[in-house]
Write a protein that binds this ligand. Structure first.
Ligand code: P71
Length: 458
């Protein structure tokens, strides 16, 4: 087998700025040791997120010029609608400016106190939008998915037996919908199998609960199904994606991931009544029905991106380039979630820094060190992002303490990734020197975006 290469050549480049370690030490201190608060210009390799950071193709840029900016009934909207319908098969396609806007509209309507929303694992914005309505967001992930070192093909699967128990306990009348996040971002970018989607759907049908997808990374999930699930090896990724959506009654999507654009999203629905309610809210908060907070040109770029993301050469390169980073780290003994996920590598901070307890945010410590050592920006997905407090103000940590290295789509080359590996290995060698952090400021919701930290000096 020959090297799997980037299935594109580069037409336009963007310089990255080099800084010294001393500069980075000052800059991160000034940012309160929170990488969200860094100036991107001070970052060399930006692995904060794969969201909105894709490089667009020449065809997408051409679409930007073709964008029809009519307020109502834009030609670009119909192109967008057709592209989304082709994949999702859904009846109502509602554009939104990004994923969380779709979530906000949906949960504002179906949420409220006394309601429960099960998911394999809610991502932070989904959880926040549910909790904002005083409803409860509940994670029902299979046990394997909670153990970084356990290798399994579909660690994003929902625990179906537990879902059944949950429905019996809470009552289906209190569960307006059940969600599946494909791939499971908070759990390591791990895919959900078609078998699991079908089983969850069956349970939902039996109890009259609609099934929704959080579909940000549906193409990566579909590719994993093709590679790992029996019976799908000869199906096209498009056909697999269509089958995934065929089991869903609705979907929220951040187009900033698998639609290969810098901004955009949508809500897709089959239910006429719910769609009408969502559209009414859309007009109040996002914009008219045919643009939903986006420009016509953005809709063009999404339509084109949805076509390109299902190209199997692209997906082969995409999944392989993430796996390449993971393989090299595993080989060097760095603990990561195994197997590598679709859009990111997740360092297991608990095993990387066993001497730093969750209350001292081991993930945040690694994130800061990666920046200081090599100008690499990553993000903590652990007690900073998902930690809660009990009545006594004691931290309730989530099951895993992770550092995510998210790989923007079509942006970095193999030598960028080789450099990232070198920096991680250097930090790993010096891990005993790393110390924990404490929070000195935090917002009441989604605190990770703006929290300020201080190193704990013992
Ligand atoms: C990611 C993001 C973007 C992000 C959000 C919060 C903190 C840091 C980075 C966004 C997702 C997502 C899933 C599964 C919904 C959203 C919201 N992910 N569901 O992973 O991963 O989409 O950003 O377009 O509003 O870095 P949105």
């Amino acid at each position: 087998m020959k090297t799997i290469i980037e299935p594109f050549k580069i037409k336009s480049v963007e310089p990255i700025r080099f800084t010294t370690k001393e500069e980075r030490q000052q800059v991160i201190e000034k940012a309160g040791y929170n990488t969200f608060l860094l100036h991107a210009d001070d970052v060399l390799i930006d692995l904060l997120t794969d969201s909105g950071t894709s490089a667009m193709s020449s065809e997408q840029w051409a679409g930007i010029m073709r964008g029809d900016e009519s307020y109502a009934g834009s030609k670009s909207f119909y192109k967008f609608e057709e592209a989304v319908k082709k994949i999702t098969g859904m009846k109502h396609i509602i554009p939104t400016h990004q994923g969380r806007a779709a979530e906000k509209i949906l949960f504002f309507i179906v949420g409220g106190s006394g309601k429960y929303f099960p998911n394999n694992t809610h991502f932070d914005t989904t959880r926040a939008n549910i909790e904002f309505t005083n409803a409860e967001a509940v994670d029902i992930l299979i046990e394997e998915g909670k153990h970084p070192e356990v290798r399994a093909d579909f660690k994003g699967n929902m625990d179906v037996a537990q879902l059944k128990r949950f429905i019996n306990e809470k009552g289906n009348e209190n569960i307006p919908l059940c969600m599946l996040t494909v791939t499971n971002n908070s759990g390591g970018g791990q895919p959900v199998s078609m078998q699991n989607i079908k089983e969850v759907k069956e349970v939902c049908v039996k109890h009259g609960i609609p099934l929704f997808l959080d579909a940000c990374r549906f193409a990566e999930n579909a590719y994993f199904i093709k590679k790992r699930e029996k019976g799908y090896e000869n199906k096209s990724v498009l056909a697999i994606a269509q089958e995934i959506f065929s089991y869903a009654d609705g979907a929220t999507m951040s187009a900033k991931k698998d639609a290969l654009v810098n901004i955009g999203g949508f809500l897709a629905l089959n239910d006429d009544e719910l769609a009408m309610q969502c559209r009414n809210l859309l007009i109040v908060t996002e914009g008219f029905l045919t643009y939903g907070g986006l420009a016509g040109r953005d809709l063009e770029a999404v339509a084109q991106g949805l076509e390109e993301v299902l190209d199997e050469h692209y997906l082969q390169y995409r999944i392989r380039s993430v796996e390449y980073l993971g393989e090299k780290l595993i080989l060097a003994g760095v603990p990561i979630i195994e197997p590598p996920g679709g859009h990111a590598i997740y360092i297991d901070a608990k095993r990387f820094l066993p001497h730093v307890p969750p209350e001292e945010f081991p993930g945040q410590s690694i994130v800061c060190e990666l920046y200081i050592e090599g100008g690499i920006r990553a993000v903590e997905i652990g007690s900073v992002m998902f930690g809660k407090y009990d009545k006594e103000g004691k931290l309730i940590p989530p099951p895993m303490e992770l550092v995510r290295l998210a790989i923007p789509r079509r942006v970095y080359t193999q030598s960028h990734i080789d450099y990232v590996i070198e920096v991680i290995l250097e930090v790993f060698q010096n891990k005993d020197r790393l110390r924990g952090y404490k929070i000195i400021y935090e917002a009441p919701m989604l605190r990770h975006f703006t929290a300020l930290f201080e190193p704990i000096r013992k």
